[in-house]
Design a protein around this ligand. Sequence first.
Ligand code: NAD
Ligand code: DAU
Length: 331
Amino acid sequence: MRLLVTGGAGFIGANFVHQTVTHRPDHQVTVLDSLTYAGNRASLEPVASSVELVEGSIADGPLVDRLVAEHDIVVNFAAESHNDNSLRDPEPFLQTNIIGTYRLLEAVRAHGKRLHHVSTDEVFGDLELDDPKRFTEDTPYRPSSPYSSTKAGADLLVRAWVRSFGIEATISNCSNNYGPYQHVEKFIPRQVTNILSGVKPKVYGAGANVRDWIHVDDHNRALHAILDGGRLGETYLIGADGEADNLTVVRTLLRVLGKAEDWFDFVGDRPGHDLRYAIDAGKLRTELGWTPQYADLETGLAATVAWYRDNEAWWAPAKAATEAGYSALGR
Ligand code: NAD
Ligand code: DAU
């Protein structure tokens, strides 16, 4: 099996490559990644001898066409992924998330290859804090930010290519991931590396926003389950019943790191900040028999904290520039 993993030098993609190389030694893995600020060769270092890394963009039509022709399955992780960046400069989000997905679709159509498109629960917009509902595969799309609207656009392109051209594709929409190799711009690694650097965590608004946290390895196990047994043309939601508000997450991190639980700052809120995400992963669980292995958020967070404590050489080079960007926004 020849697997083309786009965005495989980013957070979830790199963890997917590690899991694939470890548990599927018969798979041949190529990573296509343009190594933006979020892509990091060092994240593939432990598996470098088993993986070919091609530096290039999913928006480069001829390159994508050649690579897709040489592989059996494409798993598309490549994206601009950070909401705060999409508020600062949306254009790269349109180029990668929309045009890049379009180029992949045209290549899998031309060569009759299978595509799995990795997406987000943010395409559904947000829920009220006290709403008993959770997102399902039937929830209408209602994205809020430039990031989530470009992911929604990409998902709709995939659906249209399935229906109009009969391409073999599946889509997954996952909730918030945490784990090793996540860029320090994101909430959990930002706070962990702040605390490790002697700086207080920064909580947007009142900290009441809820995210449905899942360990990245559980997400990637779900992706393998979909690649193995997912029905073509279908969408699967991925989530591990990990709802927690941001204050709870920060206090847990402070506790794990031996600090007082009130040692953090409130900072200005993100414009348009989605209130709550929550996933009903019933279809994935019943149809494909997937269950998360990290049932408990605190255990997963403790393992993640340990990873960042042990891997300062991986995150330190990006820390100062990331914090300078947040300072400019007053956050
Ligand atoms: P990330 O920002 O850590 O990694 C993205 C990777 O894509 C980087 O390696 C980057 O260099 C690469 N990339 C960007 N533009 C590219 C281009 N034009 N061509 C090739 N490579 C390019 O993101 P992530 O958190 O690993 O997310 C991966 C995917 O999963 C994204 O599609 C995201 O929307 C989705 N997702 C993320 C989460 C989450 O919590 N992080 C949850 C659900 C879904
Ligand atoms: O739901 C899936 C999505 O989760 C993915 O599609 C995105 O790629 C991923 O970035 C993530 O989006 P969020 O916007 O939810 O993640 P982020 O880590 O930026 O923020 C998580 C929550 O923490 C959110 O409510 C904003 C808040 N936050 C974030 C930062 C960086 C803070 O309170 N302080 C911070 O410093």
